[in-house]
Structures are given as C-alpha cells and as structure tokens.
Design a protein around this ligand. Structure first.
Ligand code: 5AD
Ligand code: SF4
Length: 424
C-alpha cells in the first residue's frame, strides 16, 4: 500500500511540474514516506531523518504516511528541517500543500482524517512494468486492539467500480498483464455507485478486463471474507490462486482480546472453503506472537493452527505497543525475550511446513510470469499464480523473457522458492 501511495505521490508531483531524480543528492525536495505499523519501523524514520539532515543541507524535506499522521506537528520539533507533514488520508491536498511550500511557507501540514474522498490521481508513476497496483478501498473501520492503522489511515472509503474498471482497462492498454487490488481490508469493499458491487463482483470483473491475465488482492479480513470470493477464484482463471488471510493467533481467547471479531473455528471454516476449491489455492497469513496475556497454551494453539492449515508462507511479528491503541491498556505484557523465543519457534515450524509443501511441486509444470534475470546463476526469476518464486533455466535460448508467461517444470524445491526448467 505504501509503495503504491509513493507511486501516486510521484505522479501527482510530476503533474505539478516537478521531475523525479535518481538519488536524494540530486533532489531539491525530498519526500519520505513512512510506516508506523510497529515501533521499529517508526524509529527508523527518525534515524533516517537525522541522517538526511547531515547529508543534505539546504534541501526541503517532507514526511508522508502513517508516522506523519501519528506524530503531526511534533515532527517539526523532532526534525526541525522538515517543512511538510502529510498523512495518507490528506494526499489529495498535496498539490495545494506544494503551492504553499513554493510560496514561501516553511511549515505546512495535511493531517485531516475526515476526508470522504480517496486519493485518485490523474497520473501514477508506476515502478514495475508488468504488475500494477490499484487501490479499491482506503482506510479501515475495524478496531483490532493492537493496530494503529484506523488512527493513521482514517475510516473506510471505497472507490466507484467504474473508476476502478477504467483504471484496469487503461493499465491493460499500457501493457500491464497483472493487477494487484489494494486496501487495508479489501473484503469490505462496497461500491458507492448504484452498481453496488461487493468485493467478489469487483474481483471477477477486474479478472474479465481483456489483456489482464493475473489478478491478486491484499489484504483480507477473515470476518468479511465470504465464500463468494472463493467461488469467483474457482470460476475465473485470471484470478490468482493465492489468498493472504491474516489469522494473527490460533487461540480464540487471544483473538477475542485482539478484537478480531472471529473465532478459530470461524477462521478454519474459511480455510475449508479454500481447500474445497477445485483449483489448489495457496494460503498465506500474518501472525503476532506475544500479544498481552498470551499464555504458553495460547501460543501452542497458534502452532497447532499453522500445522493444520499448512500455510504456503507466513509473516510473523513480535507484538509491538502502538500509540492510541486499545491494547495499550491491557496488563500482562510478555517480556521481549519470551516474544523472541516464540517467534523463533514459530518460524522454525513454518520453515519445516514449507520444505514439506514445496517438495510436492517437484515434477509439476507451472505457468510463470517472468519478473527478472539472475546474472550470477543464469536463471530467470518467475512467479507462479500461487505467488511462489520459481527460478528456472532455459537452455539453448537467449530470448528476452521479461514480462512473458512461460511454462516451467519444477525440478527442485527449497523452503522459500522452487527451481526448474522452461518447457516451452
Ligand atoms: N505489533 C505487531 N504486529 C503488528 N501488525 C499490526 N500491528 C502490529 C503490532 N502492533 C502486523 C499484523 C498485520 C501486519 C500487517 O502487521 O500481523 O496483519
Ligand atoms: Fe489494522 Fe485490523 Fe484494520 Fe487490519 S483490519 S488494518 S489489523 S485494524
């Protein structure tokens, strides 16, 4: 989401007559987009800003994103060389804020969260030539007890289906074949226009745009994840067979404390829908260890859940206390060391699951979108519909495969990637 926000901001700046340069050294105006999902990410922002100050005297600095929203005016105190602070819900005001800067204003802010609009830009400067992101919904109306996002990105706003489809058509015309639909919770997408599409309808229709061969989406919330989404994936081959469904914990007691609005059984029901689909759907997740009050038994429940689901991969995090969040008030904080211990155990277990699962692909032929070339190994880097990296050789050919779709036979499997040989 942040990567795509940066792309939209760059497009907006170019639309205002600015031009992009390759290095911060060459820039007069330096924008820094930030994340505050965990404390570590936030600390990085201030370290980097100090570094910038030393290295780039005389430049104008702007701080965007969640740290900007969260810290607001305080950023000017902590980093007095910053001139513009703007949260993501106010990005549509950026052209105005830039004019204020140009007319000599030294401190400008865009911190309002009450915007009804989404940040649609006439021009977006995209970095990847094959895969394009499209935001369908911004903000979040949930209130997970650990999460800062509702405070930094504001309430949910969905884009109209017509504007999303128009953007998808434009992208297809520009040669993009893969689209990734974005939102904090894409499943709660609700078309504000009379067409009234839900998320499953949006997914299916983006998958039907001529020229689009792959559609992905992130992120889902189990509470709003309905069976219609799986039915759409099952019946429309352009929709990639991969679902990222963050579970956070395998213990219903912890899920309740996290205010996640589902039980372990309800989550497993969604997993069952995926496993019953006629196409094999890869499943990935996010897990937080060491949420306040998490007992050894709760943690064991999470370990049991990952074995039961057999995730294709997962992102795991130590719980981090965030400003304003309801979990700040909870007692029984888990010591850092213990969080670290649980994280290591979880990651080791998951590694074994991936070794086991990936081995089952050996011998299979998978369609790959070619995303890169590794000069050191002479291998092309492909991605399967299930979002697995498949590195492969194509002996006897020096054709440029970048951006093409090829069939690859898997010959080897590791915990994090597959290797193979092109068969066409
Ligand atoms: N501490 C640790 N992890 C967090 N996440 C969100 N907030 C926190 C927090 N306070 C994780 C969740 C989420 C992912 C994007 O980041 O697992 O799904
Ligand atoms: Fe945060 Fe929960 Fe919203 Fe996801 S659904 S952004 S975890 S509050």
């Amino acid at each position: 989401m942040n990567v795509h926000d940066s792309e939209k901001v760059i497009g907006t700046l170019i639309g205002q007559g600015y031009s992009q340069v390759d290095t911060p050294e060459a820039a007069e105006l330096v924008f820094y987009n930030t994340c505050s999902i965990r404390d570590k990410a936030e600390q990085k922002v201030f370290n980097r800003l100090q570094q910038f100050k030393k290295d780039h005297k005389g430049k104008t600095f702007a701080v965007l994103g969640c740290v900007a929203q969260q810290e607001g005016d305080k950023i000017f105190e902590k980093a007095p060389h910053v001139s513009l602070v703007c949260g993501s819900a106010s990005y549509n005001k950026l052209p105005d804020l830039l004019i204020q800067l140009e007319t000599g204003n030294k401190r400008v802010t865009g911190l309002s969260l009450d915007t009804e609009e989404t940040f649609d830009t006439p021009m977006t400067r995209r970095d990847n030539p094959h895969r394009a992101y499209i935001t369908i919904i911004e903000g979040c109306d949930k209130s997970c007890a650990y999460c800062v996002v509702p405070f930094t990105r504001g309430p949910e706003r969905s884009r109209t289906s017509a504007s999303v489809i128009a953007e998808a058509r434009q992208l297809a015309a520009a040669g993009y074949t893969e689209i990734q639909l974005l939102g904090q919770n894409v499943n709660s997408y609700h078309d504000p226009s009379p067409a009234g599409w839900d998320f499953a309808a949006m997914l299916d229709n983006v998958g039907k745009v001529p020229g689009i061969r792959r559609v992905r989406f992130t992120t889902s919330h189990p509470r709003d994840f309905v069976k219609g989404i799986i039915d759409a994936i099952d019946s429309n081959p352009s929709l990639c067979n991969h679902v990222h469904l963050p579970v956070q914990s395998g213990s219903t007691r912890v899920l309740d404390a996290m205010q996640r609005l589902y039980t372990r059984d309800q989550y497993m029901q969604r997993i069952a829908w995926m496993k019953q689909a006629s196409r094999p759907i890869a499943i990935t997740t996010d897990i937080i260890v060491g949420f306040p009050g998490e007992t050894e038994e709760d943690f064991e429940a999470t370990l049991g859940l990952i074995e039961e689901v057999e995730y294709d991969s997962l992102f795991s995090f130590k719980y981090s206390r965030r400003p304003n969040t309801p979990a700040l008030a909870l007692g029984d904080q888990i010591p850092e060391e213990e969080k670290g211990r649980r994280l290591t155990i979880l990651q080791e277990r998951q590694r074994a699951i991936q070794v086991r699962r990936n081995a089952t692909y050996v011998g299979m032929v998978e369609e790959c979108l070619v995303e890169g070339f590794n000069k050191a190994t002479g291998q092309w880097i492909g991605r399967t519909s299930q979002n697995k990296t498949l590195n492969f050789l194509r002996p006897g050919s020096d054709e440029d495969l970048l951006g093409k779709y090829v069939e690859v036979r898997v010959t080897r499997a590791g915990p994090n990637s597959l290797a193979g040989e092109c068969v066409n």
